[in-house]
Design a protein around this ligand. Sequence first.
Ligand code: WT7
Length: 635
Amino acid sequence: MSYYKIKDLENYFKMYKKSVREPRKFWDRIADENFTWYQKWDKVFDFDMEKAEFKWFLNAKVNITKNCIDRHLNKRGYKTAIIFEPNNPNEEAQHITYEELYKNVAKWSNVLEEQGVKKGDRVCIYLPMIPELAYATLACARIGAIHSVVFAGFSASALSARINDCEAKMVITSDGGYRGNKTIDLKSIVDESLEKCNTIETVLTVNRTNSSVTMKEGRDLWVQPLLDKAQDNHVAAIMDAEDPLFILYTSGSTGKPKGMLHTTAGYMVYTAYTFKNVFNYEENDVYWCTADIGWITGHSYILYGPLLNGATTVIFEGVPSYPDFSRFWEVIEKHKVNQFYTAPTAIRALAKESLDYVQKFPLSSLKVIGSVGEPINEEAWHWYNDHVGGKRCPLVDTWWQTETGGIMISPIPFVTPTKPTYASLPLPGIQPVLMDELRNEIEGNQVTGALCVKFPWPSMARTIWGDHQRYIDTYFKAFPGKYFTGDGALRDEVGYYRITGRVDDVIIVSGHNLGTAPIEDAINEHPAVAESAIVGFPHDIKGNALYGYVILKETGESRNQDNLRKEINQLISDQIGPIAKLDKIQFVSGLPKTRSGKIMRRILRKIAEGDFSNFGDISTLLNPEIVEEIKDGKL
Ligand code: WT7
């Protein structure tokens, strides 16, 4: 265990150096000491950066669910593996032990096999955040089928695009799902999507909402009667280290979603190692990540990472605003959550509401709080740190991507001193570099550049499903010999990284490189501002000028808008410089966001440019109606 857990800052630096100088020895020992293998590897890794070919733990044989479940049964059979917190706070929470998890996953595995699912087949999972989502996902991994979980907020057309891309054989869904005060009819969305698919043979349906559904003869089955008949034990399939584990789609900057393929052993080793260290998980802690399992965050840090460590992980079906804005804090109190992991967008939304919602609860069980998904602005960082973490819990700002499989840059609690808005230092095994436009590595500190990674790590995506060339082009072309993240970053005087946002969000104004994040930080400091987004638009003299979209807090809405504009620009001027002042400031009631909470800057950019001709696909937006409002209010 000594090698697995980073003890203090000195130990971190020692481990980090070791992982760079002797990566084979480093990962060999971690993999060897902490997992159950049918057969060990011949070689720790092999790679070719140019061809973008990566292999880890060559020829090892393993099953990830044996490591997530079976091996805990002796010591932790009666320990809670999953706490299910339903959408409705009056519905009782479920505590599912490792023993029960084993039996459920075994039953599901037997059902999938009976239905003809084989090693290598793709199974699309379109379920709400209920325990069956965990069972179905783990059952796929257990029998060697490749799961592709699609977030159950995606539309029918997004779902069919994904099913068709990976040629899935089965869809697992439910009649419906609860989200706040809404019930979403998932089965009918699946029915609609399948009108455009022809690879699906079976639709397994979970009963969650007792909604009326149509069941197509010969294709659709209720899963419960099948589970009732199934055996509650199952022999896990023996998988090769590099056998595919799952495909997870991530939206590209254009067009077709990219099916990122993750494989078995490297993903297992890395998610387990990072979960333990980044959340400082200790036996008997209760860990809660509020993401959906339909995103990589949920794959790696609701399911695999926690279960690999024998942890207790919370699956929350609901939303932060239902029944009111205290739901998160109430759930933390109810289950005595020790580690809490959420997204800046949620923090900002909650910070906009009365402090009473959070101050009602002592939250004294919390030990570590985390952030993921986008740069966390300074105001949100402090609000989270002060009011949720009580200035006592380290706030881990974790930078990573669907493509990286696991957390790459993050403070380690009680080890790495935190600094607001900084993801801080790379985890052992991760070698970030900053690159300039001439494709040279920028050495030294206090520099900014395009964030790349110059050496492989175990959990990196291996390809884009069905399109290896696109994988090469997207990630390995811009900076030959390196993995390009698409993000920009700053490295400060002590080597801490601050992710400044997508590189395509950098706006050059009068020859000055301006990042959107720091300007938005400045705007958000204004007491009347809730959230903001800035984009560039063409300007005759400056090349680009800045256009700001600003959401006001309720208290700010009655203020004189011209005065507000002046005050906002004064703030920017004070914090960054007059060069960063906005030419236009439009007050809006919302920003177009993807379902994972990211602002769709592409749309804002088009509106700012006055180009209303083609916004592209806005069907995946959380709030497509906002586009019209913003367009109508354009300055
Ligand atoms: C992009 C990846 C894997 C987490 C869920 C999002 C941005 C993610 C941070 C952070 C600044 C962050 C980056 C990255 N991002 N975490 N802590 N600080 N930016 O996964 O949808 O694949 O998005 O999210 O821009 O490239 P994703």
